[in-house]
Design a protein around this ligand. Sequence first.
Ligand SMILES: [Fe+2]
Length: 623
Amino acid sequence: MYILGINAYHGDAAAALIKDGRIIAAVEEERFNRVKHCAGFPAQSIQYCLREAKIDIADVAHVGISRDPSAHLHKKLLVAAARAARGMVGSGRVESGRQYAEGRQQATVALEGEDAGGTSGLSGTGNGNGKRKGLASQLADRLRNAAKVRDLKDDLAKQLEVPRAKLKAQFHNIEHHRAHLASSFFVSPFERAALLSIDGFGDFISTMWAVGNDKHIDILGQVEYPHSVGIVYTATTQFLGFPHYGDEGKIMGLAPYGQPRFIEKFREIIRTEKNGQFRLDLDYFRHNAEGVDMSWDDGSPTIGRIFSDKYGDAFGPPREPNSPLTDRERDLAASLQLRLDEVAFHVLNHLHDETGLTDLGLSGGVAYNSVMNGKILLNTPFRRVYVQPAAGDSGTALGVCYQIWNQLLDRPRGEVMEGAYTGPEFTDEEIRRELEASELKTERYSDSEVTERAAKDIADGAVVGWFQGRMEFGPRALGNRSIVVDPRRADMREILNQRIKKREPFRPFAPSILAEHVGDYFEQTHPAPTMLMVYQIKPEKRSTIPAVTHVDGSGRLQTVSREMNPRYYQLIEDFYKLTGVPVVLNTSFNENEPIVCTPRDAIDCFLKTRMDVLYIGNHVIRR
Ligand SMILES: [Fe+2]
């Protein structure tokens, strides 16, 4: 039985396909259309999933989308009515074409990591053109957009260019956070686990916790709109002069440079309450009182200003984008990160008290905050943590599949998602054809030569493009679409930034380490196979791997086992044999764009940057 899950009309559009409970494919639309965080309909992703399974859409038994217009409808309508009423008495507020109170276009804010980002911001659909709207018009919008979700079948038929009658599947709306929770439990190694989805907003909820038991998830609690820790992170990110969807990870990277001297202010902005709850001081924000414009011009989501003037009263004027960073910004980032940690541990400790469990499944856009994730074991009773590799909204496509398979159909579990290698791969023949078309001079190595030669290139100081096997799902490159360099060279950060990445200099680069050696280099040893944990590097090892040691001595590591990725493991092992260091620097294979997907993308990126050598499968191009 085939089940197709979709995240559509929403940041990080994606599709996933499972067969009898096993993952066939999961992928983000941005990789195909090359629009970062693309928010439309994931038509190319769906087509890829069907191709991978060698089936037709008519073979799919169930189709689900991670949005449920009927969820929390009462509250959605109340907010729409209240806001419209304020508009009608002449507040002068300009309402965007989208409201939070719509089914299809929820406010969805999330946090994420660095390179490729994920879901961040108030996302949705909508046409974003400012228009003042009355109650009737708002409610009409609501109904139209709710209908849009229900018309998924029409859209799917249209986008796939097949007659509607060809779609035999049963269609489902899965509430946003239930999809997140499912994505972090049904493919986890845990038979029972506490679960937390911590996010911006989705279906009017910002945070939901639950207990997973075999094939079922029972919801235990939630934090409702307009209260959201994700929205505080996004608002502060905007205030600090980083306006783009997905910029939150930059603030996470900036935080260790500062001192949390504004922490008391942030404790006022988000107050924790009993039973795992928290509340915002809404005077600091515009999203509830005024609404925030959102649009996705050219497919990338954009978000209007969320913070209110009260931020300025508290912290001074907002920083202009691209102006120099001062201690104030660094200290604000540090205070924000500390408050996020405190609130997350508050919720998690409550979740542990409520369940008594020590295994945790984690999802939602805020679960891309790997600094917070890395401290969970130190600040809560949880002993094992599974973070869904696509913790943000793309991962809800996968969660939808399993919510249908396990929870709704009561089918047995059997899949553990260890890596995130669920995207396209290319045959040797396909790669060879692309290389021939590019008219570049190439060589072909044997399997053992590929890793040995690449390891030597890395040890010699080359910037190595590493394109192998199936593309990763989620924002992290995990050794199949990566750029790999020598972590022992302190100047490698600057070299990467000058020659390829052009990132802000304060942002760290990440290490991949052989799983057996984690305890030699890091203070914590819990596996981090998908690069979503930041641990402290042992003080005596920091000077060995300076290029991946952040200013506070931390590193956002990827632990690599032979079982999970044999070729990447072999590359690092070969580097270890040469150098005595079982660590490489791994950054995503891209230049300010979505991570490369095809051999063509990789060759283009190689040509337009100053990469030294590109390994694609067993083929090699040198400059
Ligand atoms: Fe979400």
